[in-house]
Design a protein around this ligand. Structure first.
Ligand SMILES: Nc1ncnc2c1ncn2[C@@H]1O[C@H](COP(=O)(O)OP(=O)(O)OP(=O)(O)O)[C@@H](O)[C@H]1O
Ligand SMILES: [Mg+2]
Length: 235
């Protein structure tokens, strides 16, 4: 039996900017299962990042609820929410956000030092194919390698979920594919639940399910019967 890990119920988010209000998310109801690889597609401004940020406890909905293992995030105080983010969620962004004056290893250690149940830093760097580059600084690494350090950093604190907002957005196709392969491998071998936002519809074919957002709404959810290997993505 598949277990629900995250549920959203009728999520909406309205941003007020002076006279104008923007409905970034409308009535988004969704269940995410343990160990799933979910790809989120949709045009620019359709609410993808808003949804991910609310799931990750970085933003709060205007209406509606998010549950993680049955715990409603809205019931947590600031400390509870911080703990939720720290223990359960690994974020990966388009622009790596590595500290330039720390090596790859130190960038990852920064996070494991704060974690209650971290993985071994060198083992995780090995998993993303960067064991030999552990002592290199970000400026000595390619974009794809830097993004793999960012993946290692998110994974090393051993969260249940990886939330990736356009992780290949700044990478060329070949490099992007390597990053996706790493994400898929972490999903498969460590059983982490992975949500990936992308503009690239071809990436969807490697997912278990694909969510389409349109104008703040979940327009459709598609199950992929036979997800393809990231190597076979045609960009
Ligand atoms: N902090 C904010 N203040 C005001 N409006 C916002 C804010 N964040 C997002 N929005 C608006 O909400 C809508 C959804 O934004 P969101 O960032 O979720 O879209 P997206 O699907 O991630 O787009 P993109 O593909 O360009 O990253 C957009 O119209 C955006 O301008
Ligand atoms: Mg976005």
């Amino acid at each position: 039996m598949e277990k629900v890990l995250i549920s959203t119920r009728d999520l909406s988010k309205i941003y007020h900017m002076g006279e104008v209000s923007v409905e970034a998310l409308r009535d988004a109801t969704l269940d995410i299962y343990e160990g799933e690889f979910v790809v989120i597609l949709g045009p620019s401004g359709s609410g993808k990042s808003t949804l991910l940020n609310i799931i990750g406890g970085m933003d709060t909905p205007t209406h509606g609820k998010v549950f993680f293992r049955g715990q409603e995030l809205g019931d947590l105080d600031d400390n509870g929410l911080t703990r939720y983010r720290r223990e359960n969620i690994g974020f990966i962004f388009q622009f790596y956000n590595l500290l330039p004056n720390l090596t790859a290893r130190e960038n990852v250690e920064l996070v494991t030092d704060m974690s209650s149940d971290p993985l071994d830093v060198m083992e995780v760097l090995d998993k993303v194919g960067l064991k030999e580059r552990a002592d290199h600084f970000p400026s000595q690494l390619s974009g794809g390698e830097q993004q793999r350090v960012a993946v290692a950093r998110a994974v090393a604190k051993n969260p249940e979920v990886l939330l990736c907002d356009e992780p290949t957005g700044a990478l060329d196709n070949i490099t992007g594919r390597v990053v996706l392969k790493v994400l898929k491998e972490i999903n498969r071998s460590l059983g982490k639940t992975v949500l990936v936002i992308t503009h690239n519809a071809a990436i969807a074919e490697m997912a278990n399910r694909v969510l389409y957002l349109s104008n703040g709404r979940i327009a459709s959810i598609r199950t992929i019967e036979n997800p393809i290997d990231p190597e076979r993505i045609e960009w």
